[in-house]
Design a protein around this ligand. Structure first.
Ligand SMILES: Cc1cc2nc3c(=O)[nH]c(=O)nc-3n(C[C@H](O)[C@H](O)[C@H](O)COP(=O)(O)OP(=O)(O)OC[C@H]3O[C@@H](n4cnc5c(N)ncnc54)[C@H](O)[C@@H]3O)c2cc1C
Length: 394
């Protein structure tokens, strides 16, 4: 097992760094660096810049407009993007639906949808979760009843991330009502402009708007929008979730957030001295840094296994737990470093109030927003169940 980058990988890392220095718009990087949510325009601009470069869908095969990157190239690319404060690439079309269509879609579906994901004509969102069907996804109730050459969809999805910007949604729907719940689910592509669809915002605890409820009332969906066989959607759903958990440790985000924490601890003073010199605080930081280094090493170990053709089983679950726990711990220490200055919420004009040191005004919002990372993509409790089954044989 080799944990160091090869000369070719190092060259690729330098190429990515140089590209980011030149192509990432500074005003977008500044916004992301301050902990603000990137705007719709930020995300679309960055998407287009990456597409022009050919790096938007790096892991897609060349035949579909990608670069055929392996897991290490993807890791290098994503870590460098995070360190440069690039906006996160919206994953629903690129990392979820794209691979699903390549594996399960018809040639017509691939020709129709894949180019539209790349050039940004389509913004997809994910319609899996429902009230009462999150961790227990197979109990979902949104139904699709066949009526000639259409399905009639009725039901509700929830937690639909960035649905307010999307024009299409891929949904898990129930098409069979008896037998095992997993065997009656289908995977359907739905145009959000179809009559009978209503999107309602859900406000998050920090005041942000990034998730929605979606209601379907007698929505007519052409049967050609079915992906794979009817009632075979559970296999597709699991395949997609496997992709959702790729690179889930988000090491780049943690490394970047830890560097900001360090800089904060140098600026903030307690008892006339920089906080970083406070023995208790320094010990907390050292312990977190050790955890972070260990996670990066584990991540490299797993990437190296995957790059050598090894199959990852329970490992992504371990990385998801570690990655999210560490990011939340960094958020927590930053909040403690700021003390009362961590109190304001983004509805206030934070950057001009100068309550917190420059670049840290959105700390409290970030802290609360990141409570989500141990819930979505399969909660950490569910990941622990997977780990227990996979590694202890229970
Ligand atoms: C910000 C955000 C964005 C999201 N975006 C999307 C999206 O775009 N599309 C989409 O489809 N979904 C999305 N989700 C939904 C997400 O996948 C679910 O929230 C998640 O799967 C948990 O489901 P739940 O919320 O129904 O909680 P529940 O499943 O009701 O769980 C409640 C609690 O019980 C625990 N629990 C449940 N079952 C077990 C068990 N068997 N063993 C141990 N503990 C258990 C859970 O860990 C959790 O702590 C998003 C969620 C959030 C918070």
């Amino acid at each position: 097992m080799d944990l160091a980058f090869s000369p070719e990988q190092q060259a690729f890392q330098s190429e990515v760094r140089a590209f980011l220095a030149e192509a990432l718009p500074p005003e977008i990087a500044a916004r992301v660096g301050r902990g603000e949510e990137p705007t719709r325009d930020d995300m679309e601009r960055w998407h287009a810049i990456l597409n022009d470069k050919g790096w938007l869908a790096g892991t897609w095969p060349e035949a579909f407009g990608g670069q055929g990157w392996g897991p290490i190239e993807l890791h290098i690319f994503e870590e460098e993007c995070a360190l440069a404060n690039a906006p996160r690439i919206v994953p629903f079309g690129l990392k979820m639906l794209g691979p699903v269509l390549m594996k399960f879609g018809t040639a017509e579906q691939q020709a129709e949808y894949l180019p539209r994901i790349l050039d940004g004509r389509d913004w997809w969102c994910q319609g899996y979760s429902e009230p009462g069907a999150g961790s227990d996804l197979a109990s979902l109730k949104t139904r699709a009843d066949r009526d000639g050459d259409h399905y009639i969809v009725n039901g509700q999805k929830t937690w639909t991330t960035l649905g307010q910007f999307a024009n299409r949604i891929f949904c898990l729907v129930r098409t069979k009502f008896d037998g095992k719940p997993q065997e009656g689910i289908s995977f359907l592509l739905i145009d959000l402009d179809t009559a009978g669809i209503e999107m309602r915002p859900i406000r998050l605890i920090e005041g942000g708007y990034e998730v929605n409820e979606v209601f379907f009332t007698d929505v007519r969906v052409p049967v050609e929008n079915l992906v794979g066989e009817e009632n075979a959607g559970w296999t597709i759903a699991k395949y997609l979730l496997g992709h959702e958990r790729t690179n889930i440790a988000g090491t780049g985000f943690s490394v970047q957030a830890f560097a900001q924490l360090k800089s904060l601890a140098r600026q903030v003073t307690r008892g006339g001295k920089p906080l970083i010199q406070n023995p208790l605080f320094a010990a907390r930081m050292a312990s977190l840094e050790a955890e972070l280094d260990a996670m990066r090493l584990t991540n490299m170990r797993m990437l190296s296994k995957a790059a050598a053709g090894g199959r990852l089983t329970a490992e992504p679950s371990m990385l998801k737990i570690k990655g999210t726990v560490i990011r939340q711990a960094i958020n927590d220490l930053s909040r403690r470093a700021l003390g009362p200055a961590a109190a304001p919420f983004p509805s206030e004009d934070l950057d001009n109030l100068a309550i917190a040191p420059p670049g840290h005004a959105h700390n409290a919002a970030g802290y609360f927003n990141n409570r989500k990372i141990s819930i979505y993509g399969g909660s950490n409790e569910i990941q622990r169940n997977i780990l227990a089954k996979g590694m202890m044989g229970r």
